[in-house]
Design a protein. Structure first.
Ligand code: SF4
Ligand code: SF4
Length: 348
């Protein structure tokens, strides 16, 4: 008798510390993009157990107001915890005789695309998988959004050859994304487009996000730059490098500035991103699209306002970050010695 029941598979992530779980199958993902081909990860896969671990909501608004950078550490720890849950479940399943592989929540990229890991194509799209099996919907931001936690959680998954009954998707009309565009307005890189997009997956028409080249997000999200083109506010990155208009320019811009980014001191929690060749050290300095999104439109508006009034971040020689009014921040950077100023700006 098959010892892995649907209920056990759904309970495992919850018992280990996740707050949401679901099961998808090749049938529930049928017709979707290449990134929901489970065979890419486990040949002969029959199921995927996917789950969500929320971030600490109490840290979101202080982060958006630039009062407290603690959400960086919480996002790193939560993401690492989600990866650990996936690893633990896959270890149990392989011990029981199944094929099973964990899928990391972040920084896992396919190597067999034209530009390898720099194409930033995940082995499996956890958000599409999660949308197929009732965890949430996809918002205009391209992120998975849920009534319980907005977009503020990390996803993890285990792909396996165990045969499990998939959980049902949520009704499309329950998607709370009303295309308010708070996520678009919270993005310094112009990553999110306003037009609606749908794909076919699992025999249904599914609303998905509308996002430009992944490298466009990665450049500020990884912390290399952060100043909004209008100059009035920034992410938590003190970088003031250009934010080009054309997607094509993002193919090389991160590589142009990554050396200077890695030369900066970092204060606080660090994670490792294989795209940051050198020390690979990264801190989350943006995720604004993720953190402004909330089921209540009034909260979204309020959070966007907080962000736009949060000032511009600068940092001291030890990497401690502080926000100040835009003019003061510009003067602070202009007053730095040349060897430090070049870490943040091209301005001589
Ligand atoms: S911020 Fe608004 S437009 Fe963006 S995903 Fe959330 S609800 Fe949709
Ligand atoms: S993480 Fe930041 S840069 Fe990336 S899409 Fe979201 S708001 Fe834009």
């Amino acid at each position: 008798m098959d010892p892995l029941t649907e209920q056990l598979a759904l309970n495992m992530p919850l018992t280990l510390g996740a707050s949401l779980s679901g099961i998808a199958s090749p049938e529930s993902l049928r017709g979707g993009p290449d990134t929901v081909d489970l065979d890419y990860v486990v040949e002969g896969a029959r199921s995927v157990i996917v789950f969500g671990v929320p971030f600490d909501e109490s840290l979101i608004e202080p982060y958006l107001r630039k009062e407290d950078y603690g959400l960086n550490a919480n996002k790193i720890r939560t993401t690492t915890f989600a990866a650990g849950i996936a690893f633990e479940i896959s270890t149990v399943l392989t011990s029981l005789g199944y094929e099973a592989r964990p899928v990391a929540p972040n920084f896992a990229f396919r190597k067999d695309t034209p530009n390898g890991i720099f194409d930033r194509v995940p082995p499996a799209s956890l958000k599409l998988i999660a949308a197929s099996c009732g965890i949430g919907h996809i918002g205009q931001s391209g992120l998975l959004i849920t009534r319980e936690f907005g977009a503020a959680f990390s996803l993890g998954a285990v792909i396996t050859d165990a045969v499990l009954k998939p959980t049902e998707p949520l009704p499309e009309e329950d998607n709370y994304c009303d295309r308010c565009m708070a996520c678009r307005q919270a993005c310094v890189a112009g990553f999110i487009e306003p037009e609606p997009v749908r794909i076919d997956m699992g025999g249904r028409s599914v609303r998905v996000g509308n996002c430009r080249a992944a490298a466009r997000c990665a450049y500020p999200c990884g912390g290399i730059t952060g100043l909004h083109p209008g100059g009035r506010w920034s992410t938590w990155s003190p970088g003031r490098f250009p934010v080009p208009e054309e997607d094509e320019e993002y193919r090389t811009i991160s590589r142009k500035y990554v050396g200077r980014y890695l030369e900066r001191k970092r204060s606080g929690a660090i994670c490792y991103n294989p795209l940051l060749a050198g020390t690979y050290e990264m801190q989350y300095t943006c995720s604004n699209c993720q953190f402004v999104c909330h089921p209540d439109p009034a909260v979204r508006r309020s959070r966007l306002k907080m962000l736009r009034n949060s000032g511009v971040v600068v940092e001291d020689a030890d990497g401690n970050k502080t926000a100040m009014p835009p003019k003061e921040a510009a003067e602070f950077v202009a007053g730095l010695p040349e060897e430090r100023r070049r870490l943040y700006t091209d301005d001589a």
